[in-house]
Design a protein around this ligand. Structure first.
Ligand code: DLL
Length: 434
């Protein structure tokens, strides 16, 4: 089953011809509308018309998260603000988020790609989609929502949180599809069991999980505990949001990248040279139809491999393997993207806090936990305990305000945190590996 059979099964020569045509149009667009790209291309002596084949893409410069930060908030937009109908944002590396804008056409494209993704996962009209991705600046909630409506399924806009209510609604409304982070699905299953509810008695059939790394063993656990088929979906706000790539229910082996809208490349993150098909490297994506904020060779920092082997489902779009890590230090804790530098910038604003800290990430039950250990001025320890508690709560609140993430702050005496001789070790991640 396809949503858009013509494009999903386009023979590769036609698909590549379409990519090249769209790539050229996109390059013209950013060259005339985005000074950042005009200057970058000019400094390398490149003009949009220098790109004559898909291979020529390799001569173009990369775009990185820092470029988006430098252009904060709207500097990389390629449409006038009058054309932008939606704005989303995700974590930047320090205080400021990365901002993306969508034109009406971008929202239509995104909705279609999410609708295709739903069908690829085995979802159809008549399904009741329980959408527990967060609604808001995060792209998960609204991205899945618009795709579900485009498909013509019924969507329940649950957003995250309030687990007991989620379970009640899932049961009473007869949800057949669950969309949320993989860890939250297991949390829901556990909470349901505590309520005396067996997931097997529900109508749930399919789960579409992403926004954080997960593993094949986690898939097995989810499929067993929720009695569903679990599908991996990938995306990132910079490129669009959820629905950049998804597994098909037929093969569940690699995620099809919607190549009529995105050109994927895999590079060695150190040398930036392309790696051969099937070998692991960093995923780089060029958007070829976006209007609001098209990106040339965006370095996602996600590690995967690519395969152009035909797939039993009949889709001709390349498949990327399940994400196996990142080439930077970004953590994903309960679906929230966290850079250690963001927490550091909060800590360093607080008087009495020393520049020595450690983030301890763990998994209790099925939920990620974060403890922030930080050294504070010795004198604080001679003060009343109340002061220390107040300070810890204040830091917890600042982190919650910036990242929407609940954590535990533990203030420790100077020299408690082990010093490293080389690069400081800021993170201990005790979660099971993907
Ligand atoms: O997480 C978009 C999304 C929402 C994807 C819902 C899937 C489902 P960001 O908040 O910008 O966007 O985070 C993007 O999350 O670069 C990956 O590191 C990670 N990520 C997303 N999907 C997966 C996945 C959304 N299926 C960052 N497996 C990406 C592993 C994933 N990591």
């Amino acid at each position: 089953m396809y949503y858009n059979e013509e494009f999903e099964t386009l023979p590769r020569p036609a698909l590549e011809a379409l990519q090249l045509k769209r790539l050229k149009t996109m390059l013209e667009r950013v060259y005339s509308n985005v000074p950042f790209y005009k200057e970058k291309f000019a400094s390398l002596g490149i003009r949009p018309e220098s790109v004559k084949s898909l291979e020529d893409l390799r001569s173009l410069p990369f775009t990185v998260k820092q470029d988006m930060r430098d252009a904060y908030p709207y500097g990389l937009f390629s449409s006038r603000m009058e054309e932008i109908v939606r704005i989303h944002a995700s974590s930047g590396t320090t205080g400021k988020p990365t901002v993306v804008g969508y034109t009406k056409k971008d929202i239509e494209t995104w909705s279609e790609l999410m609708a295709r993704s739903f069908v690829s996962a085995g979802v159809h009209r008549g399904d009741i989609i329980h959408n527990s991705y967060g609604y808001g600046l995060f792209t998960g909630g609204l991205g899945a929502h618009y795709g579900a409506e485009k498909l013509g399924a019924s969507v329940i806009p649950m957003s995250g949180g309030n687990t007991k209510r989620q379970i009640l609604i899932m049961k009473d409304f007869g949800s057949t599809v669950l969309t949320c982070t993989p860890s939250y699905s297991l949390f829901l299953a556990e909470a349901a069991r505590d309520e005396g509810l067996d997931f097997r008695s529900l109508s749930l059939r399919v789960g579409i999980f992403g926004a954080e790394p997960w593993s094949e063993s986690m898939r097995r656990e989810i499929e067993e505990k929720l009695n569903i088929s679990a599908i991996d979906i990938y995306g990132l706000s910079e490129i669009m949001g959820p629905g950049v790539a998804i597994e098909c229910q037929e093969a569940k082996c690699g995620l099809h990248v919607w190549e009529d809208h995105f050109i994927p490349e895999i590079i060695n993150p150190e040398t930036c040279e392309p790696v051969p098909e099937g070998e692991k490297g960093e995923l780089v994506i060029t958007t070829i139809t976006k209007e609001g904020i098209p990106l040339v060779r965006y370095r996602t920092r996600d590690i995967t491999s690519i395969s152009y082997e035909p797939c039993p489902c009949g889709r001709t779009h390349a498949r990327i393997a399940r994400m196996s890590g990142r080439s930077d230090d970004m953590l994903i804790i309960r679906g929230v993207n966290v850079f250690p530098s963001q927490i550091e910038s909060i800590l360093m604003r607080i008087e009495g806090v020393e520049p020595h800290y450690l983030l301890i990430v763990d998994r209790k039950g099925n939920l990620d936990t974060l403890e922030v250990q930080v050294e504070v001025d010795e004198r604080l320890f001679s003060d009343e305990v109340k002061h220390l508690q107040e300070m810890a709560h204040c830091i917890e609140k600042e982190i919650k305000d910036l990242l929407s993430l609940t954590c535990k702050v533990r203030l420790v005496e100077p020299k408690t945190i082990t010093r490293s001789e080389g690069k400081a070790k800021r993170v201990v991640d005790n979660r099971p590996k993907a």
